[in-house]
Design a protein around this ligand. Structure first.
Ligand code: COA
Length: 165
């Protein structure tokens, strides 16, 4: 049996949802080591650890933060992530219509030569297209894409006109 959770929207209730149980187990096993490696600033080991849990990480990548849900994350070559960048492959939210908590698990991608600023957040299901920039303290909201060679800043991230192209 695989503990890797599948993509989709599931009840966030371990009694009702098998995928939720799988996510809880995988996340618990993965996360404590990820946080320890982050505290010790052991980046090369951290990439190895993420890859072991299914992340696709290219060459010449530097991540100053850490990944949640490595099984749902792809990071291409030459990506730079500033300190405390958080990349998510899941989102736990409240479904008001059905009055229950849900978890959405979907693929998140940071494409070649993109750059994220310190304390930025890339949410689940989003894609940073090639050579795009997410500024410091900014949020790329779920299921959105940045555009090729464009910069975004703020919460939620909106296109900004960078001084340097
Ligand atoms: C996004 C960024 C690359 C733009 O830098 P820049 O090209 O020098 O652009 P400027 O500082 O001239 O800002 C251009 C505009 O974007 C806005 N802006 C810049 N960074 C922003 C951010 N993080 N969030 C929201 N708006 C931002 C500025 O207020 C300015 O707006 P204005 O034209 O209305 O005055 C830069 O601000 C940034 O956030 N870099 C990340 C650095 C970092 O965290 N590195 C990793 C750790 S060292």
């Amino acid at each position: 049996m695989s503990f890797k959770p599948g993509d989709g929207v599931f009840s966030f209730d371990v009694r009702k949802s098998r995928e939720c149980r799988k996510w809880m187990i995988s996340q618990s096993i993965y996360m404590w080591v990820a946080k320890l490696l982050y505290i010790l600033q052991l980046q090369p080991l951290s990439y190895l650890h993420c890859r072991l849990f299914g992340a696709k990480i290219g060459m010449n990548v530097f991540l100053g933060g850490y990944l949640f849900d490595p099984w749902a994350i792809e990071i291409e070559d030459d990506v730079v992530g500033g300190g405390l960048t958080l990349v998510f492959g899941h989102a736990v939210e409240y479904d008001f219509e059905n009055r229950r908590a849900i978890i959405t698990i979907s693929k998140t991608k940071i494409s070649k030569a993109s750059c994220t600023g310190a304390n930025s957040v890339v949410m689940t299901g989003s894609t940073m297209e090639e050579e795009s920039v997410l500024g410091a303290l900014s949020l790329l909201v779920k299921n959105r894409s940045s555009e090729f060679q464009k910069a975004y800043g703020g919460v939620p991230g909106k296109e900004i006109k960078p001084r340097v192209k």
